[in-house]
Design a protein around this ligand. Structure first.
Ligand code: ZN
Length: 229
């Protein structure tokens, strides 16, 4: 995927998340999200703190000074809990401010520094040019997790295909590729023995752990999937 494509998707993804969040009245932010154990507050706090974590990676790329996404997993969790406990108005403001900080960092990133290598929270070395795509995954998928009505059907098809590419590549690198071959329209992924086919939004939802296998067709037993991220 090219950087301009990722930047376009990132832009529209920020709007997708923001409009999903805007439809939730303050009093409903406490309700459970689609992610086990997380309220909508936690999801929004995580997406806010993720913006700052990605700013850290851009600072790292720009300065060469190692600046990890989060100082530690404990610090990441504490940051989410702290932001999630803010009054609704402050939570929304903090969310918007974090998105603005990321936006400034992306737009001000020097052309020559996109190739600089940084490390993700999972320990993977990536060029800084991967940061906009990393943010795409967060905003598009977590907007669905808010459970406010946004679904995978609202995500552009080429982006869904890129998400499936990402999931399969992630499993491939980890040596955890399930024994499946996924087919949707002109797209196909993997060479496993069970063929899974169906509409791309359903396929992407299932592969990312956001939906049951309903609406998909399997020519063998439905496999259990490893976690994606
Ligand atoms: Zn996330």
């Amino acid at each position: 995927m090219t950087l301009p494509a990722a930047l376009d998707w990132w832009d529209s993804g920020e709007r997708f998340y923001q409009s999903a969040l805007d439809t939730i009245p303050d009093g409903d932010l406490d309700r459970p999200s689609l992610l086990p154990g997380w309220s909508r507050r936690h999801v929004t706090a995580h997406v806010a703190r993720n913006a700052d974590a990605l700013v850290n990676l851009l600072v790292w790329a720009r300065t060469g000074v190692e600046t990890p996404m989060y100082p530690s997993p404990e610090a990441r969790d504490a940051g989410i809990a702290g932001t999630a406990s803010l009054p609704a108005g402050e939570l929304r403001e903090e969310y918007a401010a974090a998105v603005r900080r990321l936006s400034q960092a992306v737009r001000g990133h020097p052309e020559g520094a996109w190739a600089a290598q940084v490390r993700t929270a999972q320990g993977r070395a990536v060029p800084a040019s991967e940061v906009p795509w990393m943010r795409c995954r967060e905003v598009w998928v977590h907007a669905v997790d808010l459970g406010s009505g946004a679904g995978f059907a609202g995500i552009p098809e080429d982006l869904l295909a890129a998400l499936v590419d990402d999931v399969m590549a992630m499993w491939g690198r980890a040596g955890r590729l399930p024994d499946i071959r996924c087919v949707s329209g002109p797209h196909a992924w993997g060479g496993g023995s069970v063929t899974v086919s169906g509409p791309l939004p359903r396929l992407a939802a299932w592969l990312t752990g956001r939906g049951a296998a309903g609406g998909l067709t399997f020519d063998g037993p439905v496999p259990l999937l490893p976690a994606w991220l």
